[in-house]
Design a protein around this ligand. Structure first.
Ligand code: S3P
Length: 434
């Protein structure tokens, strides 16, 4: 994304929001479906693909590696080249803004007997890479980071299985090691998690034929001879549904239904938190799609009460914590988040940028080293200007603050929403009833 494309969008206050919405396919699963599809033997078809700047970057990274990937709206096809068929060249592989791509692809490249270089945009180049470099080195790959960051050089080869205790609860690090484990000389490679994180990699690898076992806080994977292609429907992204849940509780009298949302238990902490605060959320049409639980969600606003989120819950709503801060501005009492230092290494330092955004619209928030504390108010937020600071989720916080405000909000850098949800602004505008 270039500075030249920067946009400011003004979001007017909403009286009430009503209606139905469907969200793009899950970003985490879409990345994984492309990457794992590329390693399969045969063509994978991905329906409900979440096309966004991030996932399209994964498609182009794979093309750089000699994989044919076609994306046509919500349908993607990947012509898998097998576990050993990637064509790694000396040209750097650009991971753009996508942390998931860089971390997962590194695990795959560690298993290739060639040297590769990974680069990213300014935001991705500030995010930590030693967390993946360290276990990959233990497995036998040569990994060089630039002071712990991108650009990163990986020289892969014969990998040893390891038992790796994750120092941080991170699905990206877990997935990186599991993908490398596919290429190990023997098995199992084991990843021990301090707390459960999203398990989409495990589910997809299993349905591609890999031997993966999970239990008692650890996941084990065995080397694979080959992977089978997928024909899958990607569920709606819970993290793209979450802004609509937040908007409903922020604009009194609102009622929304979000259809076909992935409700994997490792992702839906925000539902539990909103319910604890007093929102009414019902799920209908529960089904299993591509090995993932899916439902339609209906949410109705109610009086909100403050709540606290601690480390044990953080991974289940890591990407929703900026939204939580905004929701907490309208709850009775003081809400707190602790044990969430991971927020500092997301697309922006989300402890800092969330605090800045909530303050900019009149909310009362103060930050700590590992979280923040928000004092609720009975009246609507004042409104103002929110700078996305290069972060899609902060741009969304600004937009919702506009709906819930007295005076509207101008979101600077609104174009960043395209990282995960290109049609976001049109979708929220379609829900106004007046
Ligand atoms: C993701 C995992 C999370 C999340 C990110 C997507 C994934 O990061 O914040 O948006 O697809 O695995 P961590 O696993 O590093 O916490």
């Amino acid at each position: 994304m270039t500075a030249g494309a920067a946009q400011a969008v003004c979001i007017e206050p909403a009286t009430v929001l009503r209606g139905d919405v469907s969200v793009p396919g899950d970003k985490s699963i879409s990345h994984r479906a492309l990457l794992i599809g590329a390693l399969a033997e045969g063509e994978s078809e991905i329906r409900g693909f979440g096309g966004s700047a991030d996932t399209l970057t994964t498609a182009s990274a794979l093309r750089t590696l000699g994989v044919t990937v076609e994306v046509d709206g919500e349908r993607a096809r990947v012509a898998g080249v097998g576990l050993h068929g990637l064509r790694v060249s000396s040209a750097p592989i650009d991971c753009g803004n996508a942390g998931t791509l860089m971390r997962l692809l590194a695990g795959i490249l560690a298993g290739q007997p060639t040297a590769a270089q990974l680069t990213g945009d300014a935001s991705l180049s500030r995010r930590p890479l030693e967390r993946i470099a360290e276990p990959l080195r233990q497995m036998g790959a040569t990994v060089k980071t630039t002071d712990g960051h991108a650009p990163m050089a990986i020289e892969g080869g014969a990998l040893q299985p390891i038992r790796y205790v994750l120092p941080v609860a991170s699905a990206q690090v877990k997935s990186c090691v599991l993908l490398a484990g596919l290429f190990a000389t023997s098995g199992p490679t084991e990843v021990v998690e301090p707390l459960p994180t999203r398990d989409h990699t495990e589910r997809l690898l299993r349905s591609s034929g890999a031997r993966v076992a999970a239990g008692a806080g650890a996941v084990r994977i065995w080397p694979a001879g080959s992977l089978g292609p997928q024909s899958l429907d990607v569920p709606g992204d819970f993290s793209s549904a979450a802004p609509f849940l937040a908007a409903t509780v922020l604009v009194p009298g609102s009622e929304l239904r979000v259809h076909g949302v992935g409700v994997n238990p490792t992702r839906i902490g925000f539902i539990h938190v909103l319910e604890r605060m007093g929102a009414r959320i019902s799920s209908f049409n529960r089904r299993v799609v591509a090995g993932e639980p899916v439902a339609d969600l209906e949410i109705t606003a109610g009086e909100l009460t403050a709540t606290s989120i601690e480390a044990a819950e953080v991974a289940t709503l890591i990407d929703e914590l900026p939204l939580f801060a905004l929701v907490a501005t309208r709850a009775h009492g003081t809400s707190t988040v602790s044990g969430a230092e991971e927020l500092r290494v997301k697309e922006s330092d989300r402890i800092e940028t969330t605090t800045e955004a909530v303050r900019a619209v009149g909310g009362k928030i103060s930050h700590t080293r590992d979280g923040f504390s928000v004092r609720g108010m009975s009246r609507r937020l004042r409104g103002g200007r929110v700078d996305a600071r290069g972060d899609h989720r902060i741009a969304m916080v600004g937009a919702l603050a506009g709906l819930a405000s007295r005076g509207g909000v101008t979101v600077e850098g609104a174009h960043w929403v395209t990282v995960s949800y290109p049609g976001f602004f049109e979708a929220i505008e379609s829900l106004r009833t007046t």
